[in-house]
Design a binder for this molecule. Structure first.
Ligand code: AMP
Ligand code: GLY
Length: 422
């Protein structure tokens, strides 16, 4: 197949890598891709979605896969579909499950899907009243719109919650994205991410993953997009999977159909498990990054076929299988991540001589550019070293061995990925 992948991160690299490893040969294109995706296909530079769709038509692209949320919220799927193209991802309307926390919370409430008790409002008086009614702290305040992962504040006191609400509603904190807010009760439990590949009606649930959002070891420091992840997590048993299926995924797909916005794409469910019960924290409408980088290598059936069948509403026709191994991904980021940009630094990759490391590890590249056949770290999250193994420990040890063979000035990584599971 000719396949176009939108995005430039490790997530998109890992999807492409999995597709390239299939028995059938595929031709890949990236918009825009990165300095390493050129090893897997052709990087494009067509920013306008209408022009990109025309390119897809002219070049007989059979499947387009969208990685990040921004093009989805902007309606890239609607544009491609209006031209008769096959594209995997939610429509602009369905992408509201991520694009608007107010939409999501009201949807969850309407269809009785478990979530934290909340109020959604643009009135400071209403927000204060709700805050005053809460008997416990912390209190969670969320901006409605997309804020690059920064729109959630866990306030330690009612006063701090009120101050945060004020800053958001005035537009001072996040501009228009904060002019409606959610205030909700704090859920105390452990967090999980689950990913369901959906075709509107049917879905495939992938192994549950755990991400490490904080920059520093021991879950300290500022939030990031994710510094590492592992899957499957032993914190989930069959009973919990079943609860997520019955109480969250099934009613979400049925509800979105009833809303006239059937959900096609990746439903990324942020879950807090409280006393054994899964509560929905958030939805995203795309794969997590770096979760995708560890889930793709665990799939033993065809990744491209899964996305194709999902995009053509035929998931019911296929069986998807997963390896019985574990995967651990360790992010290597640039010096100034997540605060600011970093000076480009050449990446030196040692030759992998150890047979075990060659066989059971690989790298998914993200923030890299290429010049004269040299790779440079260009900032943000640069790459993810992935290790596979029969246990989480084996997978983690291998991932870290691979990290030891990657060098660039200012490289930054956590040394405790998967600690919760060990
Ligand atoms: P969200 O973008 O809504 O997932 O929020 C980002 C992070 O804030 C989550 O991954 C949780 O760690 C935390 N969080 C959000 N909502 C709550 C809540 N109601 N209770 C506890 N933690 C929360
Ligand atoms: N790793 C979390 C995310 O992609 O949102």
């Amino acid at each position: 197949m000719k396949i176009l992948i939108l995005g430039s991160g490790g997530r998109e690299y890992s999807i492409a890598r999995a597709i390239k490893n299939e028995d059938t040969a595929h031709e890949l294109f990236f918009q825009p891709g990165n300095g390493a995706t050129v090893d897997l296909g052709t990087n494009l530079n067509i920013k306008d979605y209408n022009e990109l769709a025309d390119f897809a038509l002219e070049n007989e692209i059979e499947l387009t896969i969208v990685g990040p949320e921004a093009p989805l919220v902007d309606g890239v799927v609607d544009i491609f579909k209006s031209k008769g193209l096959t594209i995997f991802g939610p429509s602009k309307e369905a992408a509201q499950l991520e694009g608007s926390k107010v939409y999501m919370k009201n949807f969850l409430a309407k269809y009785n899907i478990p979530t934290a008790r909340y109020i959604e409002t643009d009135s400071i008086e209403e927000a204060y009243k709700f805050i005053n009614s809460l008997t416990t702290t912390p209190i969670v305040v969320k901006a409605d719109g997309l804020c690059a992962g920064k729109g959630v504040i866990i306030a330690q006191s009612a006063d701090e919650a009120k101050k945060t609400v004020g800053e958001m509603l005035s537009g001072a904190a996040f501009g228009d994205a904060g002019k409606r807010v959610i205030v909700e009760e704090f859920l105390d439990g452990y967090e999980l991410s689950m990913f369901a590949v959906c075709d509107g009606k049917d879905y495939i649930l992938l192994p549950a993953a755990q991400d490490h959002k904080r920059l520093e070891d021991g879950d300290k420091g500022p939030n990031t997009g994710g510094m590492g992840a592992y899957a499957p997590t032993p914190l989930v048993d069959e009973e919990l999977y079943q609860k997520v299926r019955d109480r969250i995924i099934r009613p979400t797909l049925d509800g979105m159909q009833a809303e006239g916005a059937p959900f096609e794409g990746v439903l990324f469910i942020g879950i807090m498990v409280v006393n054994g019960e899964p509560i929905t924290l958030e939805f995203n409408v795309r794969f997590g990054d770096p979760e995708c980088e560890i889930l793709m290598p665990l799939m033993t059936s065809s990744v491209s076929d899964m996305f194709y069948k999902a995009a053509t509403n035929r998931l019911g026709e296929i069986d998807v299988s997963f390896s019985d191994e574990y995967a651990v991904g360790v992010v290597m980021a640039s010096e100034n991540y997540p605060y600011g940009s970093s000076t480009p630094a050449e990446i030196i990759l040692d030759d992998v001589k150890h047979e075990d490391i060659a066989k059971y590890t690989h790298i998914s590249f993200a923030g890299v550019s290429r010049e004269d056949d040299k790779l440079y770290a260009t900032g943000g999250r640069v790459l993810v070293c992935v290790g596979l193994g029969k246990s989480i420990k084996e997978a983690r040890d291998r991932a870290y061995m691979r990290c030891g063979q990657v060098h660039f000035a200012g490289k930054k990584l956590r040394t405790d990925i998967a600690y919760q599971a060990l």
